[in-house]
Design a protein around this ligand. Structure first.
Ligand code: ZN
Length: 604
């Protein structure tokens, strides 16, 4: 077949070149200052944001010469004109459609000239394509059709973009989402939860504008599985993340789901070994910054990061370790004035170390291992040191709250403040956090939304960190990840009904599982906890073996245990069939030492 012959002067080629060149330059002009700003912050490391923009820029710089050369060839090699045009047009349209409307949300917003830049570049592509379709293809049906299709696609993308921008409840109206995890903070230390310690004035001020969930629980008394539950909405057995296993690739995380909704996804977390990419924590985050300094410095960095995404809906995951037990000296650290206020009464000899020179968290871990109990005064002293640390943490949080307020973000965001677990002070003979008793699994959960009423009050349903993901997605307008077929008790649900002053479907009990084993069941009044293979009933009046409980009550608990164990077994069978667990690199010797000195022992 004869190639089409073009005798016309290359007027459409000029249009094409001008259109593509202008589009490419606009896009590059749009991306470059963003990249420079983010690289200038110096905190990106290997994170996804820098990779994303590297790909973006690389793609543009590859696409631009292809387009220009292609357009040039159009003028001189008529046989190549239309294949190249279609290729270049498709690539550039796909590029613009895929990247600009969605991924650019963590760049400065599409308001003002930037938005017009996008619209103009799309318009130029549309105009150039239409020009080719109308004027440039008298001899070629393929070209005419191609030009028409390209023009139609451009206009469609343009219309979708404009439509998406303006429809109510979408992009500009969606609230910012902030998840603040204050590691190891017991609920009963907050004034809003009834404490008279006076240790949390800033958190209490926040609580006045938030719904307080008085029966909120972490999914596990441990940093790694608990945080993974917050970000996946799955119980620890179902996400399966342990010291040796990372998050399976097919399980979506909250930042990944929010990113699909156009959110900028940002994290400022502690440098602890657990919250790292090897377990899957960095997945879906545009920027994941690990900060070693205390809360105040983390708050400053978080605010700096938020300034980079002004005008764009964002999800911020903020985590701080300051209330956690420490590595050196005394078990819990605090500002000297706070230590004096809460623990200054202690005149004994305990300086955080035993006679073998084992100190701080490692000392508490050793007590746990040996089943030793310090004297009453020392136990009290250790607890008061923790209280002092909570006071220091709260004081440092003021910078974050003030910064959010100054930016108008305190009122207009969905903000959930919680802890990944609590802490024990020998109530059941142990220190630190490993048991499923109330001291380790009860957590604060304060949630503020832009719709929070004047006097938000409290909500009493049994809730857990499995509910956070669906709550945030509800506000973001995102779709639920694959609906859970799990029994209602363990599946997450949105807390929005309670946040709007109403009620929603309640659980009869909250199950706790790990490694495919049921470890506790909790109601607002009581819990059964598995300890060394035996079930114990935990009530306000005390803890006793379940077999010593009157038979009617015992059988009620045993029925629930049976139901939940069967559900868990079938969930595990499903997971076993579908999930590819990813082995993680073991902690290095240095990390292992760090973990031991923070009081971690065995499998996590
Ligand atoms: Zn923790």
């Amino acid at each position: 077949m004869q190639p089409p012959i073009h005798n016309q002067p290359p007027r459409p080629g000029l249009w094409l070149r001008a259109g593509f060149l202008a589009g490419a330059l606009l896009a590059m002009g749009r991306a470059t200052p963003v990249v420079l700003r983010f690289y200038g912050t110096g905190g990106l490391g290997d994170q996804t944001l820098s990779q994303g923009y590297s790909f973006f820029l690389a793609g543009l710089w590859i696409a631009a010469p292809i387009l220009i050369v292609g357009a040039g060839l159009c003028a001189h090699r008529p046989g190549l004109r239309w294949p190249l045009f279609l290729l270049a047009g498709s690539v550039s349209l796909a590029w613009i459609a895929h990247w600009l409307p969605y991924d650019s949300v963590f760049a400065p917003s599409l308001e003002g000239w930037r938005g017009w830049g996008l619209i103009c570049s799309l318009g130029l592509v549309a105009a150039a394509s239409a020009a080719v379709g109308v004027w440039g293809s008298g001899e070629s049906r393929v070209a005419k059709t191609g030009g028409g299709v390209a023009a139609a696609l451009s206009v469609t993308v343009l219309a979708l973009h404009l439509g998406a921008d303006r429809s109510p409840g979408r992009w500009p109206e969606r609230p910012n989402l902030i998840l603040i995890s204050l590691d190891t903070l017991r609920a009963d230390r907050l004034g809003s939860y009834g404490s008279d310690l006076g240790a949390t004035p800033n958190l209490d001020a926040f609580a006045q504008h938030a719904v307080r969930f008085e029966n909120a629980y972490s999914a596990a008394p441990s940093t790694l599985p608990s945080h993974m539950t917050m970000l996946t909405g799955l119980s620890p057995s179902r996400h399966g993340v342990t010291r040796d296993l990372g998050l399976p690739g097919e399980l979506p995380t909250l930042p990944e789901l929010l990113k699909e909704e156009g959110y900028a996804t940002l994290a400022v977390v502690d440098t602890c070994v657990w919250l790292t990419g090897r377990f899957g924590f960095t997945r879906g985050f545009d920027l994941y910054r690990r900060v070693a300094e205390p809360t105040q410095a983390k708050a400053a960095q978080a605010l700096e990061v938020l300034d980079l995404v002004q005008g764009t809906p964002f999800f911020l995951f903020f985590h701080t370790y300051d209330a956690h037990s420490d590595m050196h000296g005394l078990p819990y650290h605090a500002a000297p004035s706070d230590r004096e206020r809460y623990a200054g009464w202690y005149q004994g000899e305990f300086d955080g170390c035993n006679e073998e020179g084992v100190c701080a968290s490692e000392y508490l871990r050793l007590l746990n291992e040996r089943g030793d109990l310090p004297a009453q005064a020392e136990r009290r002293f250790i607890e008061c040191l923790y209280d002092a640390g909570v006071r220091t943490l709260d004081r440092d949080l003021a910078l974050l709250f003030d910064g959010l307020q100054a930016r108008g973000l305190l009122e207009n965001s969905v903000i959930a403040i919680t802890a990944d677990h609590g802490e024990e002070f020998f109530e059941h003979g142990k220190a630190l956090h490993a048991s499923y008793y109330a001291e380790c699994t009860t957590v604060p959960l304060l949630v503020h939304t832009p719709d929070t009423p004047e006097q938000p009050g409290t909500a009493a349903p049994l809730v857990s960190h499995v509910d956070l993901l669906r709550t945030f997605l509800d506000y973001a307008g995102g779709s639920d990840p694959s609906p859970s077929s799990d029994f209602a008790a363990s599946a997450g649900r949105s807390l929005r009904p309670w946040l709007e002053g109403g009620t929603g479907p309640e659980r009869p009990f909250m199950p706790f599982d790990r490694f495919g084993r049921l470890l506790a069941l909790r109601t607002p009044e009581a819990a059964v906890v598995r300890t060394r293979g035996e079930w114990f009933l935990e009530r306000e009046s005390g803890t006793l073996p379940l077999e010593d409980v009157p038979s009617e009550e015992r059988e009620g608990w045993m029925t629930w245990i049976g139901i939940e164990e069967a559900e868990l077994a079938s969930a595990m069978a499903r997971i076993g069939r579908t999930s590819k667990r990813s082995k993680v690199q073991r902690p290095t010797a240095t990390e292992d030492r760090e973990l031991r000195s923070l009081g971690y022992t065995g499998d996590d």
